[in-house]
Write a protein that binds this ligand. Structure first.
Ligand code: WTA
Length: 657
């Protein structure tokens, strides 16, 4: 059945739904204005923050490699924690800043007011200073989704320390790599995390990480008592969080930061080797996170806003912590998972807290859609007025289910495209648009100039498909790869000179709207999480029995993409089920459970060119084919293969499953 191309919102009769939203013509006018006069536009937007010294220089940008610079609000001074907390005290000190919804659905939720949050941030800020943490020092945060994770980020910002949040699902080696790369001085962790009733041994993982080489920059480990489990405390290195914050003053002098001083590092996977430390600075990032959060989610003062991401990812940074709190919003911090204790959990939490704005990932929507409508329909969800998605392309079927079943056909759906590197949303419909295209990220946010290029880098006009680039800067843009500026320039600005290359493919339709088609580099997007093929390959080959490995993505019903690994064993090793399991476990232990391959195929050899380069294109085709027959032409040009017989074997084995 062919679906109509757009979906219109039917506001309930007599309701004021939609009042106050930017209409399409207003947002078109603002967009035009943002391109005509970027300095004037962003000067005004920056006025939404509290500056110690308001910026007079707005933008200083060149993507030209001979004269490269990205600087926003250059001479401004501010402190991010003051903007997220202190400035709300006078008008909304008793308003709830955070609603903590614990993993255990039977446990009570906790409300943290802006006043409470202020005291907690100040106490920890003072404790950090007492432990010798000063402006510019790096602090690693490895915590579950609990209010202390937010407190930890803001306390770092308070004293000018640069936080590096490491997702709680990462294994010791990944923690160690990230600690080593930025030479962290202090780690904030918890005894354990809880996810769907299962315990995660966070402190034990930190202990294991700190036994690995390259981690002796760490002087102190602060341990939040969360589940109360017994953990090994190694004195004097390890300190209980409670004990160090207790007795600290509830006032803490904020460190004045230049707009371009770093706020945080967040590691993300790229197409090569080790994850890179994406660095965001203070003024531009906070302006952009706060402004996009207000406009894209049509934020109002009485909203209860819930983004289901983890603070270990950029979505959690910008749209659980910095954007919502800079805007004085109420933000839900959810420790749990969508299917625990049952698959109505999301919808029950929405009813329990009266959530009005709900922001989640397509992978969660697809997984819940598979459970049918009943688990949704037995909840009310009357409080909802806006839905959002992020992290990967959303298939139109999942979009429609989200819109019709979850949102009862009442709520606009904003499909927001952005990246760790972009700091905030760059392409998205706006709530007041009236008509929406399922599966389409739609159009650029104010000030954003997307374009499509062909493989040679020539700009493509009109309705077409190509690689997505950005022609100009926006305030939330990353500034560098921590400790490796050359890698920053090489990764993003050398492929297409004068442009920022996103790594995504994209189609522009006849209306000029953008449809993101997915990564065009060696990054796999698994359940909205970025995994570099090279990382998984190097984890596999670090196993003593593995000679070689090649990893590609393949379409997966729930995860969007799955991980497919081809493994060649060393001579004499037996390719059996026990070894397969051992290798999957090995990857989990080296990187973390999210990187474990969904499929592992033994490969007597890998398809290579005569110069020895692995032809991933062919491996991708074989993985995608599943049990289907592959017609000879379907693998594309195989004439450059050193040994065509290798491919025949792989295709045959793939069909056998
Ligand atoms: C993908 C997450 C299609 C894309 C905020 C991008 C999307 C990568 C969308 C960044 C979307 C994110 N539609 N694809 N709405 N949002 N992506 O750094 O491939 O974890 O490059 O940032 O996710 O992932 P990251």
């Amino acid at each position: 059945m062919t679906q109509p191309p757009t979906v219109s919102i039917r506001p309930a009769t007599g309701s004021d739904e939609g009042a106050g939203r930017l209409s399409r013509s207003e947002s078109d006018r603002l967009y035009a204005q943002s391109l005509d006069d970027p300095d004037g536009f962003w000067r005004e937007v920056a006025g939404r923050l509290d500056w110690i010294r308001p910026p007079t220089r707005i933008r200083d940008v060149s993507f030209d490699l001979s004269d490269f610079r990205i600087r926003w609000f250059d001479d401004g001074r501010l402190n991010a924690s003051v903007n997220c907390v202190d400035r709300h005290l006078a008008t909304r000190g008793d308003k709830t800043a955070l609603i903590f919804e614990p993993d255990d659905a039977a446990a009570e939720a906790v409300h943290v007011t802006y006043r409470d949050l202020h005291a907690r941030v100040c106490r920890l800020g003072n404790a950090l200073r007492a432990l010798g943490v000063a402006k510019g020092d790096r602090v690693t945060i490895y915590l579950p989704m609990i209010p202390d994770a937010v407190v930890a980020m803001l306390a770092c910002a308070r004293v000018g320390a640069i936080h590096s949040v490491v997702f709680g699902g990462f294994a010791p080696q990944s923690i160690a790599d990230r600690v080593h790369d930025c030479a962290s001085k202090l780690i904030i962790t918890a005894d354990e995390g809880l996810r769907g009733g299962k315990r995660v041994a966070l402190k034990a993982n930190v202990d294991a990480a700190l036994r690995l080489p390259g981690t002796n920059s760490v002087e102190t480990v602060l341990v939040v008592r969360h589940t109360g489990a017994a953990v090994d405390m190694q004195m004097p290195r390890d300190r209980w969080f409670d004990a160090v914050v207790e007795g600290q003053q509830a006032q803490c002098e904020p460190e004045p930061m230049d707009a371009e001083d770093p706020l945080f590092i967040l590691y993300t996977s790229g197409s090569t080797g080790k994850p890179k430390g994406v660095l965001h600075t203070t003024g531009g990032y906070l302006t952009y996170a706060s402004y996009t959060h207000e406009v894209v989610f049509d934020l109002r003062q009485d909203d209860v806003y819930w983004c289901t991401a983890d603070v270990g990812w950029v979505t959690g940074h910008s749209y659980i912590v910095y954007g919502p709190l800079a805007n004085g919003a109420t933000s839900v911090v959810f420790e749990g998972v969508p299917h625990h204790p049952d698959v109505s959990r999301f919808w029950n939490v929405i009813d329990r807290h009266g959530v009005t704005i709900f922001y989640t990932a397509p992978t969660a929507i697809r997984a819940l859609m598979r459970e049918g409508d009943a688990p949704v329909k037995r909840t009310s969800r009357r409080s909802l007025r806006l839905l959002g998605t992020v992290g990967e392309p959303i298939n139109p079927e999942a979009w429609r289910w989200y819109f019709e079943v979850v949102g009862d056909g009442r709520c606009p759906v904003v499909d927001t495209w952005w990246q760790t590197e972009t700091g905030g949303i760059l392409i998205s419909p706006l709530p007041g648009d009236g008509a929406f295209k399922p599966g389409c990220a739609t159009r650029p946010f104010f000030g954003v100039r997307p374009a499509l290029v062909d493989a040679q880098g020539a700009l493509i006009e009109g309705a077409a498909e190509g690689n997505l680039v950005l022609l100009d800067s926006w305030p939330g843009q990353m500034r560098t790869v921590y400790g490796d500026h050359a890698r920053f320039l090489d990764t993003y600005f050398r492929t297409y000179p004068g442009m920022y290359f996103t790594g995504d493919g994209c189609r522009r339709d006849a209306d000029g709207d953008y449809w993101i088609t997915g990564r065009v580099d060696d990054v796999i997007n698994v359940s909205g999480h970025r995994i570099g093929t090279a990382e998984v390959e190097s984890a596999l080959v670090s196993h003593p029995k593995v000679a070689e490995a090649a990893v590609v993505g393949f379409p997966h019903d729930i995860k969007g993409q799955g991980i497919y690994a081809y493994v060649t064993l060393k001579a004499g090793e037996a390719a059996d089920e026990a070894l397969r399991r051992e290798l999957l476990l090995h990857v989990r232990q080296e990187i973390g459970p999210i990187a474990a391959p969904d499929h592992l195929q033994w490969a007597p050899g890998l398809p290579k060119t005569r110069s020895g380069k692995i032809m991933r294109r062919i491996l991708r085709k074989i993985a995608e084919a599943g049990g289907e027959e592959l017609a000879p032409g379907q693998l594309g040009d195989t004439s450059t293969l050193a040994d065509p017989a290798v491919v025949e074997t792989l295709v045959r084995d793939r069909r056998r499953g």
